[in-house]
Design a protein around this ligand. Structure first.
Ligand SMILES: [Zn+2]
Length: 357
């Protein structure tokens, strides 16, 4: 039997448009949806696209400080930016609340058993912390989803896999002292990319020590080394942690042709990544998986990569992943460097995790 999958999408997501010349434009959502339709994804009987309702202020307050939420609402009404790269307007705020609402809707769909897995299109605003935004992000929808499931569904163990090219500093900060959330982030070496954090030795503090796992990857890292890192770190940690649900966030920015990052994944790599996450969820947590897919800054490859991610989550056996550009060859030093990062991480984490002893 086919397992049902829910995808959240709203026409008004397009209002999350940070302006002419900004890498984050609002046409990404409809471009992706149209590509999904062309590829036949939207005609699959097991996939249901639903419109989310906007998140409420109470939803945001499960994660964010009230003074910060009030600040964003005030900036929106005045049409002033949060920072130089994160503009705010009534339209952007409306779209942001709908995207956060999408994450909550995905949580409801999976826990009401309307779907085995869910995809929050446009989600994954991982640079927003409790009392700050930035990096194009206003509200951390990943954390709002976690807190919704904790409070409404009594979920106690969450695994967040952040495969965005950038380190998810907001999510990491929110759960840095929390052992109920295992946060694993694969990202480009922070010495070479925003936000300049996310080193191996940042492993969490207090009760959260060992539950923040950063895997920095050198520029140029391609599919096979990336998947090797996932199998060495994500899979054994997930097996030992035994999450009740896996939440994964990212988008197309680790692709080799993305403008902001320098990792070298291909669309096939995204498909393999998504398959590995789905299979891990199937093995460990009755298949419960929510993917938040929103990042990516090359409009030529974004729909293809989002499609590869969505197709993996749906469970398609293969995809037609024709790249518009030739993929580069991984520089020979990448694998050695990543092996070094993995050895170092296992050493740092072995006190907490048997799988690394
Ligand atoms: Zn990113």
């Amino acid at each position: 039997m086919q397992e049902n999958v829910v995808m959240t999408f709203h026409e008004k997501f397009r209002q999350y448009d940070l302006g002419e010349g900004h890498p984050y434009r609002g046409d990404r959502f409809l471009n992706a949806i149209n590509f999904f339709r062309e590829q036949g994804l939207l005609s699959l009987p097991q996939l249901k696209v639903i419109e989310p309702k906007p998140a409420s202020k109470e939803d945001l307050l499960m994660v964010h400080d009230e003074s910060y939420v009030d600040l964003i609402f005030r900036l929106a009404s005045e049409g002033r930016p949060y920072d130089i790269e994160t503009p705010v307007s009534p339209q952007i705020l409306e779209a942001a609340l709908l995207i956060v609402g999408g994450a909550i809707e995905c949580g409801k769909a999976v826990y009401d058993e309307r779907a085995k897995r869910a995809i929050s299109l446009g989600g994954g605003f991982h640079h927003a912390g409790r009392d700050y935004g930035g990096g194009f992000c206003l509200f951390n929808d990943i954390a709002v989803l976690v807190e919704h499931l904790r409070h409404e569904r009594n979920v106690k163990r969450f695994l967040i896999l952040d495969y965005d090219v950038h380190f998810g500093n907001g999510t990491s900060d929110i759960y840095y002292r929390d052992s109920s959330v295992l946060f694993i982030s694969l990202h480009q070496d922070p010495r070479t990319l925003y936000p300049g954090k996310g080193f191996t030795w940042e492993i969490g503090e207090g009760y959260g020590e060992g539950f923040n796992v950063n895997v920095p990857l050198p520029p140029g890292t391609g599919d096979s080394t990336y998947l090797y890192a996932l199998r060495e770190i994500f899979v054994p940690l997930a097996e030992e942690f035994q999450p009740e649900i896996i939440i994964a966030n990212g988008g197309s920015d680790p692709h080799f042709a993305d403008m902001l990052g320098d990792l070298s994944l291909t669309a096939k790599g995204f498909f393999a990544l998504s398959n590995l996450i789905r299979e891990t969820a199937k093995k460990l947590c009755d298949g419960k998986l929510i993917m938040l897919v929103g990042s990516g800054y090359n409009p030529k490859i974004l729909p293809l990569c989002w499609y590869a991610l969505a197709a993996g989550a749906v469970g398609l056996e293969e995809i037609n992943a024709k790249e518009p550009y030739a993929a580069p060859i991984e520089p020979p030093f990448c694998r050695k460097k990543v092996e070094g990062v993995i050895d170092e991480l296992k050493g740092l984490l072995k006190k907490r995790w048997k799988c690394f002893r």
